[in-house]
Design a protein around this ligand. Sequence first.
Ligand code: GAP
Length: 515
Amino acid sequence: MSNQNDTFKNLIAHCKEYGFVFQSSEIYDGLSATYDYGPYGVELKNNLKEYWWKSMVQMNDNIVGLDAAIFMHPKTWKASGHVDAFNDPLIDNKDSKKRYRADQLIEGVMEKLENKMNKEVTKAKKRFGESFDEVQFRATNQRVLNNQKKHEAIRVRLAAAMTNEDMADLKNMIEELGVACPESGSKNWTEVRQFNLMFNTQLGAIAGEGGKIYLRPETAQGIFVNFLNVQKSTRQSLPFGIAQIGKAFRNEIVARQFIFRMREFEQMEMQFFVKPGTDLEWYENWKAKRLAWHKALHPASKLRYHDHDNLAHYANAAVDIEFQFPFGFRELEGIHSRTDFDLKAHQELSGKKIQFFDPATKESYVPFVVETSIGCDRMFLATMANALEKEEIVGGNGKTSTRMVLKLHPAIAPVKCTVFPLKSNNPELVAKAKEVLNDLRFSVNAQYDDTGSIGKLYRRQDAIGTPYCVTVDFQTLEDNTVTIRERDSMKQERVPMDQVEKIVREKTDMRLLLS
Ligand code: GAP
């Protein structure tokens, strides 16, 4: 556990030190669960968005984009169910005055049981060595079986309490399981009550309820209310999708773990409109496609599906793609089969017909929807966590040292290439280095740096994940060749100066990821 904590703390420190993520309004001691992206952070985030946008919109004939406003008519949120049902169960500890999500406290007990079972497995693995059969061990070891039974009972009861909005049973569970406040150890709890996660504000000069509008808690509704506008203006036939990237806001009760759970965050969502009856087939299709998208960037061992135990009010099937963050497997993306819930609800409340006329069958119907929804910030965190490594390296003199290296896929790296002159005080070397830079910057994000020794400059570029560094030296002045150094292998190669742009562009092309 403490190893995990250290890894996570180091990652947060690295994000700050190298200009990826800063606490919002830090000079005023920060604003909780709100973060700003620094110079390298914004580049990486933009690249992740580009990877998503290109793979969804550009690579699919039947998916188009949208950029809807954050403010929407307040009836939107009535129809979508968010006014009545977008709640989390809140509980306070009377002694520590700390506020928690009741379901998360109970999930914490389940996580402890899982850790106990995993410990038994690790111990047995050590004892039995090569011949160890984990599946058989889990199916027969009494201690594991007892904990599994407890775990399952809690899971089923929690799912029922959440689905039925049974706040009293959540409180009973917290008491029966002996859950103590993680801060103070106190078991002196208030009742559990529902807390709506939507932020609201006033529109124009209308005071009171009349002018109340919400900051959108998901981007999806901007897509639903524009279904007809988009379908008609792009002459799309079913099935087709609408994709959008944009900010969403949730007044999270507990917002910890850095950019994992924020109150202002960004979503990348796609609603895929299909003929009723084909929805579950499309759901399976998108489940597989989205996992493949993640696998192009992250190892399969760090990704898994997790089926929802309690479905949201709009879904008939839902799965999370979970990523192994430094604090364990957690939701990275949700794929939901949302039925015709949203379009039907908007049709009813607005009084406007929201249907698709199928020319093949001459019928009109409300399409069903399969949604893929990923948090851009969580994707950023997963990418950083997966890429950051502390590596031992052996120098030319045989001495070992360590380097922090961000092994980002070259296509998403914030800076693709940095150019150094061997000596910063030699005008000829500087001029040549600037020449290489000026050629590069038309096609990729490139930098120039002459603020230290070459060794130090390499370390800095490794830490921000720059895949290629080019050094201009005295030989360049004679034959117009430079050395190009690759981040992961640290191998250097001499290449003609006029080839650098082509080499870097090809090796960092987004095509490598998309294909
Ligand atoms: N339109 C469906 C929807 O919003 P969700 O599971 O509530 O579904 C989708 O959110 C994704 O948005 C999540 O998988 C997660 O990546 C991201 N997300 C949700 N709440 C977040 C928060 N408070 N901070 C950062 N990302 C969040």
